[in-house]
Design a protein around this ligand. Sequence first.
Ligand SMILES: NC(=O)C1=CN([C@@H]2O[C@H](COP(=O)(O)OP(=O)(O)OC[C@H]3O[C@@H](n4cnc5c(N)ncnc54)[C@H](OP(=O)(O)O)[C@@H]3O)[C@@H](O)[C@H]2O)C=CC1
Ligand SMILES: CC(C)(CO)C(=O)C(=O)O
Length: 326
Amino acid sequence: MRIGIVGAGAVGGFLAGHLARAGTEVALLARGPHLAALRDRGLTVESRGERWTVSVPASDKAAELGPVDAVVVTAKAPALPAIAAAIAPMLGPDTPVVCAMNGIPWWYDHGRAGVESRTIARLDPDGAIWRGIGPERAIGCVVDCPSQVVEPGFVRHVAPRPGALTLGEPSGARSGRVERLAAVVEASGVKAPIADDIRAALWAKLLVNISRSPLGVLTGLSERGLAEDPETLEITLAMMREARAVARSHGIEVPLDEAGNRDPQRRSEHRSSMLQDWDLGRPMEIDGIVRSVQDFARAAGLPTPTLDVVSALLVAKARVAGTYPG
Ligand SMILES: NC(=O)C1=CN([C@@H]2O[C@H](COP(=O)(O)OP(=O)(O)OC[C@H]3O[C@@H](n4cnc5c(N)ncnc54)[C@H](OP(=O)(O)O)[C@@H]3O)[C@@H](O)[C@H]2O)C=CC1
Ligand SMILES: CC(C)(CO)C(=O)C(=O)O
């Protein structure tokens, strides 16, 4: 399989580095200093006590990379409309597209039982992603590989356990394309379990992102710091409970390990990718991780008082910084 990866950041670099080391053909759509570094020095990855450098074909022009067997988009959500248009030359007639990203995905209502298959206005207001990629290409994904770009061309994975990309068809079907992709990812040393219900897996991860990521930005505390402070811990758990009730309104039961969340020893000093965006003055994934869940809550008539307060503060902070519209 030839895998196209879009975005040479933390997750894209982590994945490309593993795949290339295992001998899988990778084509990386990168830009700016990342592209320059990849061309000059290759891609260096540090993970679980190992450090390696690989050479990865990369370009900022999708047409130079051409059609691939699967595309994995590893950019932040605000970049997705532009990417949906840019990757057209990488798409063959049957190329699936995996958005390896946090938050509610743009294809969420595609194949969701009892719901019209359509784009989510908050995430894709004019349908550019829906039209550009096409929901039938979408394979769902949950990313678990806490990582950071140390410098262009150098990515550090900061967890002691192997990284994981959980994959699944929006319909829940066990398809050949998901099995083939999962096998290639697993062969690279990254876990790739296949979920029967990818939306349930997305919500389980979202409970973490919706609570800890905004609170990390508002307080500057790391994942562990949020669990060590009894007051931020209670706010974290309140947000998780509210988000879990929203998932339940979609027929999804998300387990919530309150004891595990209360144990600071089970948290790392990782600065969430939202906090990394804040640190770098970049747009944060507020719509996909926070506001779309508030929208779902409103539609279901559910109160989300803690989420609403934290979201309002986060949006105000981002607006002052000029990284959120309005
Ligand atoms: N980092 C982490 O620990 C984790 C991240 N995630 C999620 O994974 C997703 C990716 O995050 P992460 O890897 O941290 O993000 P990064 O910001 O580290 O990387 C995104 C990369 O995409 C590039 N990019 C954006 N638009 C384009 C474009 N049009 N063409 C080429 N490259 C482009 C960016 O380039 P440029 O720098 O020029 O903008 C950047 O290099 C997010 O949804 C995040 O929430 C999930 C779990 C853990
Ligand atoms: C859960 C966490 C914090 C690490 O995987 C993450 O998803 C992020 O950094 O955005």
